[in-house]
Design a protein around this ligand. Structure first.
Ligand SMILES: Nc1nc2c(ncn2[C@@H]2O[C@H](COP(=O)(O)OP(=O)(O)OP(=O)(O)O)[C@@H](O)[C@H]2O)c(=O)[nH]1
Ligand SMILES: [Zn+2]
Length: 227
């Protein structure tokens, strides 16, 4: 039984028209909150017919498509090729607009270690460490992200059940533990470039490791055999 989440409330909601550098346009509803556990300025962004998606969910229909996207200043804003964050954000906005749902923009830069530390980690990666080893060499966790605020936003928006747009098993696992019903996991596309190949390979290996550990605990998969 998940522990009760601290209550958050909607602080403001405003409409914002968006146009991306490639010309794709959509108009979104941006929600801010009071009472999020870590006090950070996380956003929920309602995309497409998000209100209709809420109605469908309330009537017992298909849950809204939701992507918890962790902030990446270098990738999201400046088009960094070191990671896949920018194209993933762009893809998520369009897919959620088409389906109706929410993008949760989480202020957990650098998998939770912050922007400067992420840049320090890049320097260590240039010296040969992978993306996870570099965090550890800095005395930080491999991935320090916590999705409690994401779960709070979903509860506040009346979204207890979601289709999760992510290939990161930790997001599904944490959200489920926090009481969010993940009805389906919808994988993101792979955006490979010469500069992010090592990063994506390390991420895929980490995800496979997590899936295998999960299958071992739940005893539901043959993927958890000796490796
Ligand atoms: N510490 C660290 N963080 C990184 C590095 N590259 C990208 N990041 C951060 O990783 C996070 C990427 O998060 P998300 O876009 O939510 O995606 P994800 O966890 O990879 O999983 P998906 O939902 O499958 O996309 C962002 O916070 C980035 O700033 C890196 O090399 N080191
Ligand atoms: Zn990134």
């Amino acid at each position: 039984m998940p522990e009760a989440l601290p209550v958050a409330t909607i602080r403001t909601q405003v409409t914002v028209p968006l146009t991306f550098p490639d010309g794709y346009s959509t108009t979104v509803r941006v929600f801010s909150f009071k009472g999020l556990v870590d006090g950070r300025e996380h956003l929920a962004i309602g995309l497409g017919d998000w209100a209709g998606a809420l109605d469908r969910l309330a009537a017992g229909g298909e849950p809204p498509l939701v992507r918890p996207h962790s902030e990446c200043l270098t990738g999201d804003v400046f088009g960094s090729q070191r990671c896949d964050c920018g194209p993933q954000l762009r893809e998520a906005v369009q897919r959620i607009t088409e389906a109706g749902g929410f993008l949760l923009y989480l202020r957990q830069e650098g998998r939770g270690i912050g922007l400067y530390a992420k840049l320090d980690a890049y320097a260590l990666q240039d010296a040969g460490l992978d993306t996870y080893q570099a965090n550890v060499a800095l005395g930080r966790g491999e991935d320090e992200r916590d999705y409690t605020a994401a779960a709070q936003m979903l509860v506040t928006l009346d979204v207890p059940r979601i289709r999760l747009l992510s290939s990161n098993p930790d997001k599904a696992e944490q959200l489920t533990k926090l009481g969010v019903d993940v009805a389906e996991r919808v994988p993101t596309s792979v955006f490979l470039s010469p500069a992010n190949a090592d990063y994506l390979a390390a991420k895929a290996a980490k995800a496979a490791e997590a899936e295998a550990a999960e299958a071992l605990t739940s005893g539901t998969s043959d993927r958890a055999g000796p490796r």
